[in-house]
Design a protein around this ligand. Structure first.
Ligand SMILES: Cc1cc2nc3c(=O)[nH]c(=O)nc-3n(C[C@H](O)[C@H](O)[C@H](O)COP(=O)(O)OP(=O)(O)OC[C@H]3O[C@@H](n4cnc5c(N)ncnc54)[C@H](O)[C@@H]3O)c2cc1C
Length: 468
């Protein structure tokens, strides 16, 4: 059996033998064929089946449920979408508020399903702490971000500034310059969620065929090496693996994020650090860091990974010494008492990035193709919204979900923006990341002159502008 347990700390900890489900050996005729058993595919099946139990649905998965990002992520279940500020900017105030409320409600919707279906995934809704924690300029950029949120009609009930003293009530870091608290975020054990959802949809009558990579797909048909599936609807739900299903790879690139987990830490260490009720936390540099205290008291901490030339998937997630060392350095800056702590697990995964750096939910009744993706590193909650939205779109239900600005109704794949050809992407990615790394090096050194600090921020900000 493949080493699925090595995928992540979360898969390693499952009380589940991880036996492979049967693969697809015979042709099928179904209403909906879903490709991929991650959160997107499973949530879509769940909401379709709840509303239309008579539908015949099959999920076809290359490996096992949770093999992708859904079994590997940092466990931030956010009531947000990547790029939501840009997506919602054009809406009238009232409509924008309604959309924000819809997004902020995602963790509560997931909590209701967990309770209804008996899924235990260590869900704790402790909010997220976005900390200015490594250099003073972070305070300014976080405050400016908060101002833009308030300018969009959000209030202190949505996002609240925490002074260093207030921050210390929740998390004790070495250099607190302040932070933002967002209440609409929960932490979870990601693998327990994806494996639990897989069990639930199976019990609802949706077979999941594992070890069955889809080799060909088009309107009405999905093929593996051994069988064909005829379907009124085809739902590719492969996110970071889009290049396995041409032409999807044009629209969604795989980028990597990498994580480490420490051994379980003693209560005395957590008394020093805090994070007593499931808060997610990150520091606000462009390293894209994210952390949580796991239910078994480990520090789980990740940061942005890389991009491989031509959008090649990364398969080997045995992290190099320097990849582990960077994450140790970053969390050690926050918690110096953990600089030498034992790291027991390190892993990573491929996530999907759309060219507009924001997700899309698309449905075309003429071709019978529906898909949701491009969540970037913010898909744990967004996939729930994606599943609900695709279900309503496929079933032709007129609900508020289908009228959101991220929904492309009756549009084909060409409604998505394609990535530039190589080597433009690779050169662009590396130029942008170099500017981010340079900014981080300059700002992390307290002795660099103010003009150099300003210049580094200016260059990184300018380069970031190319992403949008
Ligand atoms: C390291 C890491 C940390 C992250 N942390 C967070 C976080 O803390 N919070 C957050 O909100 N988001 C986070 N994300 C992003 C989030 O995990 C994803 O957006 C989300 O899990 C996407 O779910 P999905 O079902 O769309 O895709 P996936 O979970 O990737 O599922 C796709 C599935 O499709 C299967 N597949 C691929 N190709 C084929 C094929 N040809 N045929 C059949 N099956 C196929 C794969 O095996 C996989 O099981 C993180 C991602 C990574 C990689």
């Amino acid at each position: 059996m493949p080493a699925w347990r090595n995928i992540s700390l979360w898969m390693d900890q499952l009380d589940d033998p991880l036996m492979a489900r049967p693969s697809l050996e015979h042709d099928l005729d179904v209403d909906v064929a879903i490709i991929g058993a991650g959160y997107t595919g499973l949530w879509t099946a769940y909401y379709l089946k709840r509303q239309a139990p008579e539908l015949k649905i099959a999920i076809i998965e290359a490996q096992t449920a949770g093999f992708g990002a859904s079994g590997r992520n940092g466990g931030w279940l956010m009531g947000n979408l990547l790029g939501e500020d840009r997506l919602l900017a054009g809406l009238a105030l009232e409509q924008r508020r309604a959309s924000f409320d819809l997004l902020h409600g995602i963790p509560d919707e997931v909590a209701q399903v967990l309770a209804r279906e008996g899924i235990d995934c260590d869900y704790r809704k402790g909010g997220a702490l976005y900390c200015a924690a490594r250099y003073p300029e972070q305070e300014g950029s976080l405050r400016a971000y908060l101002d833009t949120l308030y300018a969009q009609g959000l209030t202190e009930a949505d996002y609240r500034w925490l002074s260093p003293q207030q921050l210390a009530g929740q998390i004790r870091i070495a250099k607190p310059y302040g932070g933002i608290h967002a209440p609409h975020v929960a932490t979870i054990n990601p693998a327990k969620l994806v494996r639990g959802l897989a069990r639930v949809v199976e019990n609802m009558g949706v077979p999941i065929y594992e070890s069955s990579p889809v080799t060909h797909w088009q309107s009405g048909t999905v093929r593996t090496a051994k069988a064909s599936v005829r379907a009124a609807w085809v739902v590719p739900a492969v996110e970071g693996y889009a290049n396995t299903l041409p032409p999807l790879g044009r629209y969604q690139l795989p980028v990597q994020s990498l994580i480490v987990a420490t051994e379980p830490l003693p209560a005395s260490t957590w008394d020093e650090i805090g994070l007593s009720h499931g808060q997610a936390f990150g520091e606000s540099s462009r390293q894209v860091t994210y952390g949580q205290r796991s239910a078994d008291n480990r520090l789980v901490f990740g940061a942005r990974g890389g991009y491989q030339f031509a959008g090649k998937l990364r398969h080997n997630f045995d992290l190099t010494d320097s990849e582990v060392a960077l994450r140790r350095y970053l969390f050690g800056e926050l918690f110096p008492q953990l600089k030498k702590v034992r790291i027991t697990h390190s892993w990573g995964g491929n996530l999907g990035m759309s060219r507009r750096f924001r997700p899309h939910m698309l449905c075309d009744h003429r071709t019978g193709i529906a898909l949701a993706g491009g969540y970037g590193g913010e898909g744990v909650g967004a996939t729930n919204l994606g599943g609900r939205t695709l279900a309503d779109l496929i079933l032709g239900r007129d609900t508020p979900l289908i009228h959101q600005p991220w929904v492309l109704r009756e549009r084909g794949l060409d409604a998505l923006k394609a990535w530039e050809p190589e080597p433009c992407r690779w050169l662009g990615y590396n130029a942008i990341i170099r500017s981010f790394v340079h900014e981080d090096q300059v700002l992390a050194n307290p002795n660099t002159a103010p003009w150099r600090r300003k210049l580094a921020i200016g260059i990184a900000g300018f380069m970031e502008g190319f992403m949008h």
